[in-house]
Design a protein around this ligand. Structure first.
Ligand code: ACM
Length: 682
């Protein structure tokens, strides 16, 4: 069938003139191989677009082209140049069905692929490579993705974003060859999907008393009846979903729905309290796993979900269950006894296994956040690794697929530039460069395990992101870095060149009505963080007094962290800031010999949401023998809580001589953190 020759003649308007070309094309993600010359194919006058492909493939591509600059203006005239889309059996050197080869000479462009997706991606490459005058460099581009799964997650629960917004993001994803859109459709902040069998999910659980998540979170977390005066939120009707799914499929993007279980389900358990352990609304986040009604509900919901979403994969959440009510709930306890489950982790695993069997029975597969490993992984599950890469590694070592989306590289809700220049975000610091630096294949995997790394995903949680414009600012251009991480081989990647291409992409996106972050005016990292500090104590031994250890999770390299010369970034979790939660800071530095000292100081960070505060008291002392200390400074500080990220140095200046330095700092409250990056001695 595929030999049907399908013919469409398309007239291009406007294009003329040629100009000189760079050898690396301005394409994101960067193709595998480009051998381009200074010559150009120029779309001028009329151009025929022809298909040597099955009719449905030809029709689909032709239909898509109508939405692009290759829009057919006039189908009557036959052109002087031409573009050929051709399906072939194989392309030497390529193994992915999404791969393609473009051969361009002065008269024609030929796109070859073994699949419609490959032709579609070839088309995206041409759309990016053609310059404003219609010039496309002659030569050959051979390309295929590194990973089959190249995803973006949008949290449409914490704030609701309508169907038109989702379709707009799908357009951009297609341009950058991303192929999975994961919608986080359910969470405490609002249920976002019409389920015919459970109308309260959208009549009630989709609406809340405050428009802003932050207000709602801080002011009682109440839901509202749809249509009432203080109802904020929304949901997708089943009709909306069909439209989104179709629109995405036409752009070679699969929508993966996420239905949270057993946790993050306060909205369901307030609408249907009988599904929680205590049957009280507004009290529980976790479904009762002992109650058969829970399974009836989840299976009913998933049945409608699978009707709506043709995706092979259904995301079933699985993250952050509190599990506390299960320990005292008679039904959960009975379930554990009957099933021989040793602990609540195994009870969660029981639910995930059972739901997997149901989903598998419909011919589908489950994805879950990496907590689905706890208590035993369901036999066919794919793990989405978010709490670092360990979950993904454990999954592939056990023979499962993993999608990598570790928070430190892939959580786009973090600040992308200096926090004082940005709207409030959840915290962290994840600039474009860091996203781009990510390699989804951890070093310690062998090749069989690496094969199971299915791909990469950028996640945009929306607690602090109430508007479409703000969402786009957080997505772009960082998702372009995820796109290149997911598609291009590490060998062709270079951040400086990528940044140049991203700058062009930002202008393109602005032109198309998106609201990307203004990359060209990026402030960049905390200035100290870019340059190691050389000082007298650098490399010298630090002794931590046993009453004040650093916290293992924020060790920042351990005992040498405070004298390694490395300075912290805008975020406390950068692996450079050392964190203390118990006993404050109490350390001694041995300078190895008596030295003249003129200053001793340390920077601290304060960001109140995660309980990181300035010290309320700092004492700096010096000694020749590590026995008798002379106090140099005793600083008292009034800790003022606010919403801004601040840095402050606590130090002493003067003239003294000593071999040992003691630096002590106290937190003003129980459970408050202290974070410092270096004790600088000069
Ligand atoms: C998650 O960020 N809780 C998956």
């Amino acid at each position: 069938m595929r030999q049907i020759f399908y013919f469409i003649a398309i007239l291009f308007l406007l294009w003329g003139c040629t100009k000189k070309r760079e050898s690396e094309p301005n394409i994101i993600p960067l193709p595998l191989k480009c051998e381009l010359t200074q010559q150009q194919f120029v779309l001028s006058g009329s151009c025929d677009i022809t298909f040597d492909a099955p009719r449905d493939v030809a029709e689909n591509i032709a239909e898509y082209l109508k939405t692009t600059i290759l829009h057919p203006h006039d189908t009557k005239k036959t052109g002087t140049s031409n573009i050929v889309f051709r399906i072939t059996d194989s392309i030497p050197g390529l193994s992915s069905p999404e791969g393609y080869k473009i051969t361009t000479d002065k008269k024609s462009i030929t796109i070859l692929s073994t699949s419609e997706s490959g032709l579609f991606y070839g088309c995206q490459t041409i759309l990016q490579a053609i310059d404003n005058e219609g010039g496309m460099p002659c030569g050959v581009i051979i390309d295929e993705p590194r990973f089959a799964y190249r995803g973006m997650m949008l949290d449409v629960s914490r704030h609701f974003f309508d169907k038109e917004f989702v379709k707009k993001q799908i357009d951009a994803m297609a341009r950058y060859k991303m192929n999975r859109l994961h919608l986080h459709l359910t969470d405490a902040a609002g249920w976002r999907l019409e389920i015919k069998k459970y109308p309260r999910l959208t009549q009630f659980a989709a609406w809340r008393e405050h428009r802003l998540w932050k207000d709602w979170w801080e002011l009682g977390r109440r839901y509202s009846e749809e249509g009432s005066a203080n109802a904020h939120g929304g949901y997708y009707t089943q009709e909306d979903i069909r439209e989104i799914v179709k629109y995405a499929a036409e752009r070679h993007i699969t929508i993966i729905p996420e239905i949270e279980m057993p946790a993050h389900s306060e909205e369901v358990l307030t609408a249907y309290p009988e599904l929680s352990c205590t049957h009280e609304p507004y009290k529980q986040a976790d479904f009762c796993v002992g109650n058969e009604k829970t399974f009836e509900f989840l299976q009913d919901v998933l049945s409608e979900v699978m009707e709506l979403f043709p995706s092979e994969y259904i995301h079933i959440g699985g993250d952050e269950a509190v599990k506390s009510s299960w320990g005292t709930c008679p039904l959960c306890q009975r379930r554990m006894k009957e099933e021989g489950l040793q602990n609540v982790d195994e009870l969660q695993s029981y639910l995930i296994h059972r739901i997997e069997r149901f989903v598998n029975s419909k011919g589908r597969q489950i994805i879950g956040w990496d907590e689905i490993l706890d208590g035993g992984l369901a036999p066919n599950a794919t793990v989405m690794s978010w709490r670092g890469t360990e979950g993904g590694m454990a999954a592939v070592k056990a023979g499962h697929k993993a999608i990598m989306s570790p928070g430190t590289y892939c959580y786009l809700d973090q600040y992308q530039d200096a926090p004082h220049t940005q709207p409030e975000a959840i915290g962290g610091y994840l600039p474009l460069k860091k996203v781009y630096s990510y390699n989804p294949i951890p070093k310690d995997l062998d090749s069989a395990e690496s094969e199971l790394i299915y791909g990469v995903q950028g996640n945009l949680w929306a607690e602090y992101i109430p508007t479409p414009e703000h969402m786009e600012r957080m997505i772009y251009p960082r998702i372009l870095a995820i796109a290149e991480v997911g598609w291009s081989t590490p060998e062709v990647k270079c951040y400086d060149k990528f940044r140049q291409r991203a700058l062009t992409a930002v202008e393109y996106l602005k032109d198309k009505g998106y609201n990307p972050f203004d990359l060209k005016n990026e402030t960049g990292n905390r200035p100290e963080a870019d340059n190691a500090t050389d000082h007298m104590a650098k490399g010298k031994k630090v002794t931590y007094h046993s009453n004040a250890p650093y916290y293992d999770g924020y060790a920042a390299g351990g005992d040498s962290a405070l004298t390694d010369g490395k300075r912290g970034a805008w975020n406390n979790n950068d692996g450079v800031w050392q964190g203390f939660i118990k006993g404050g800071i109490d350390i001694t530095i041995d300078l190895e010999e008596k030295k003249a000292i003129h200053s001793i100081g340390a920077d601290f960070m304060q960001i109140c949401n995660p309980w990181i505060f300035m010290p309320c008291e700092v004492i700096i002392s010096a000694s020749d023998d590590n026995k008798e200390y002379t106090q140099l400074a005793h600083i008292k500080h009034n800790v003022v809580k606010d919403n801004t990220l601040t840095f402050k140095n606590f130090g002493w200046k003067g003239n003294t001589t000593a071999r040992y330095i003691r630096y002590q700092a106290k937190s003003h409250c129980e459970g408050g953190w202290l974070f410092t990056d270096e004790i600088v001695v000069e």
